[in-house]
Design a protein around this ligand. Structure first.
Ligand SMILES: [Zn+2]
Ligand SMILES: [Zn+2]
Length: 198
């Protein structure tokens, strides 16, 4: 794609570049980006890549699947029947991908057979954040003189923060545990057999 050089009127000095097709302006440091703006090529297969991407969708999908496959290979495997957690996660599951573990059979049944994952990630509660008294004070008193803020003690506030966080429900959020893959083949087979019997 042609790159247009932008020049200040009356001066013969190039100050920026623009894409010849969509007119997006680029800093001089990003000449390659300007050149590739509307003519991006996948770095893996040279097919056209969508704007803002360095790879085509097919390659990106393949890479992601590959990454996920390696993560599953590395993960500890747990049979669904041995899994004690309350939730499971997989990108292919409906919504955000989190489901209650005991309805996974129903969820799989509602999915197209080719979309049904053979595993799901175990889930764990998210650890509570650390509330740091020094950080809070620094932010709240950002406009005060530094020497004045140094007079403020952190200890009592830190104790109060620690007590407060201990008193909150500790299971406010869940996150996938990519170290533990829960194998779903047994539940799938079992459910489908039940369905066939019905
Ligand atoms: Zn462009
Ligand atoms: Zn590609």
């Amino acid at each position: 794609m042609d790159v247009i050089e932008l020049v200040i009127r009356g001066q013969d000095k190039v100050v920026a570049l623009a894409c010849g097709k969509c007119n997006t302006i680029y800093d001089l440091r990003f000449e390659q980006a300007a050149r590739e703006c509307c003519d991006l090529r996948c770095r893996y297969c040279d097919a056209p890549a969508p704007k803002g991407w360095i790879s085509c969708e097919a390659c990106r999908k393949a890479l992601e699947q590959d990454k996920e496959k390696r993560a599953v290979e590395k993960a500890e495997k747990v049979l669904y029947s041995d899994y004690k957690g309350q939730y499971l996660f997989h990108d292919a599951f409906p919504g955000e991908g989190f489901i209650e573990a005991d309805i996974v059979g129903d969820v799989l049944l509602e999915m197209e057979p080719e979309d049904r994952p053979a595993y799901a990630w175990a889930c764990r509660t998210m650890p509570m954040p650390n509330l740091d008294a020094a950080d809070l004070i620094e932010n709240a008193f950002a406009d005060f003189p530094e020497e004045a803020v140094e007079y403020l003690g952190h200890e009592t506030l830190q104790d109060a923060l620690d007590t407060w966080i201990r008193d909150q429900p500790q299971d406010l959020g869940i996150e996938p545990d990519h170290g533990t893959a829960v194998l779903l083949h047994e539940i799938a087979v079992e459910e489908f057999e039940n369905e066939a019997d019905a």
